[in-house]
Ligand binder design. Structure first.
Ligand code: BMA
Length: 362
């Protein structure tokens, strides 16, 4: 072997070790979850997801095992989303009054029935003490980075997130894999980590800090999702604040209908087209991480608006937002008797959509 081949071999071994080290840093359950996310579109399917599905719905809150989706179609969503907002303050309930103990139980139940769990984090503003939507000051992100006045406090917040995620375990002690989706919708400017509130470097540093601190706390059960809003016009804009391939497992977008059907379909088409390109070039799974039409004022929305567009793209899942029990009209999923429920049953019966069975617990 000459020197060049020896060096090349050495370099290859280093790369292989690094890759292995990265893989070894994942629990088998997280690896399996990533494989499922990747396999879905290859099988021509995608999972359906719903935020806070088993926590509350229209006309009920906290009923054990209840779900508006299950009431309508007989199965649970394959993906359930929960939010960590207020965990950083040490509260027992999140920003929507859902007890963290209940989120832990429901995450385990969802995992045991063969479904997936994703978590967002509407973290409070660490500078002003107000909520995630307080955009009154554009030095917040800088203030939590190393050297910033809120750095130590913020590390404590990250530790609380890590400790909580690490506490979500089955009875056998298996940590439930979670697709963690922090600092979402950053291409808009309605959260303190948004586009106009920090620089690209600061946003990326916020991700690095989050990733490093959680990883150091042993959160090897996590997958990580990047989910901008619909603002990017091309892949360069989509990737402007991308934290990097080594930190991201799935790329997403949060896209809601506010106006006309044709306009929303065109928006979905555009953002999913951009994501398809990024997904191919970066080798990442992709999903519509949040979607919906508040109050669903279109009784065929599921099969005539959503399905025709998303089924053109290799998405792993589509997730709709919550059915608030105490905020009239703030719902995104059907419930029994709701005008789009019949159409949702058709969507459920479509061979491409994936749900999980009630009672199918492992
Ligand atoms: C928003 C709304 C709010 C909620 C927040 C976090 O989109 O649903 O009511 O507090 O998400 O779940």
């Amino acid at each position: 072997m000459n020197l060049v081949s020896a060096i090349t071999l050495g370099a290859c071994m280093l790369v292989a070790t690094a890759c292995q080290a990265q893989k070894q840093a994942r629990t088998p359950e997280a690896v399996a979850m990533l494989k499922t996310l990747e396999d879905m579109p290859r099988d021509g399917k995608f999972m359906f997801g719903h935020h806070d599905d088993t926590m509350y719905g229209i006309g009920w809150v906290g009923d054990e095992g209840r779900s508006d989706i299950k009431s309508v179609c007989g199965e649970y969503p394959a993906v359930m989303s929960f939010d960590l907002g207020d965990i950083e303050l040490g509260h027992d309930v999140n920003l929507d009054s859902v007890p963290f103990d209940k989120i832990r139980r429901e995450a385990v139940a969802q995992y045991r029935r063969g479904g997936m769990v994703t978590m967002s984090w509407h973290a409070n503003n660490p500078l002003t003490g107000k909520n995630a939507w307080d955009v009154s000051d554009s030095s917040v992100v800088r203030s939590v980075l190393p050297g910033g006045a809120n750095h130590e406090k913020f590390l404590g917040w990250l530790d609380r997130v890590a400790d909580y995620l690490n506490s979500i375990k089955t009875a056998d002690g298996v940590k439930v894999p979670v697709l963690f989706r922090p600092w979402h919708e950053h291409t808009g400017s309605w959260f303190w980590w948004g586009q106009a509130l920090c620089s690209t470097e600061e946003y990326k540093a916020l991700w690095q800090l989050t990733y490093d601190r959680l990883t150091a706390k042993g959160t090897d059960q996590l997958l990580w999702a990047y989910s901008p809003g619909i603002e990017p016009k091309d892949s360069a804009e989509y990737l402007e604040r991308y934290p990097g391939d080594s930190k991201i497992d799935l790329i997403g977008a949060d896209a809601y209908q506010y106006g006309a059907k044709a306009e929303y379909m065109a928006t979905l088409d555009r953002i999913l087209g951009i994501m398809e390109q990024v997904s191919r070039e970066h080798g990442k799974a992709m999903a519509l991480t949040e979607a919906g039409y508040e109050s669903i004022p279109d009784s065929t929305w599921w099969t005539q608006t959503l399905l025709p567009v998303i089924s053109k793209y290799p998405i792993s899942y589509v997730l709709v937002w919550r059915n608030a029990h105490n905020k009239p009209g703030h719902y995104f999923a059907p419930y029994p008797g709701e005008p789009s429920a019949k159409d949702f049953v058709k969507f459920h019966e479509d061979g491409r959509t994936v749900f999980v069975k009630a009672g199918g617990e492992k």
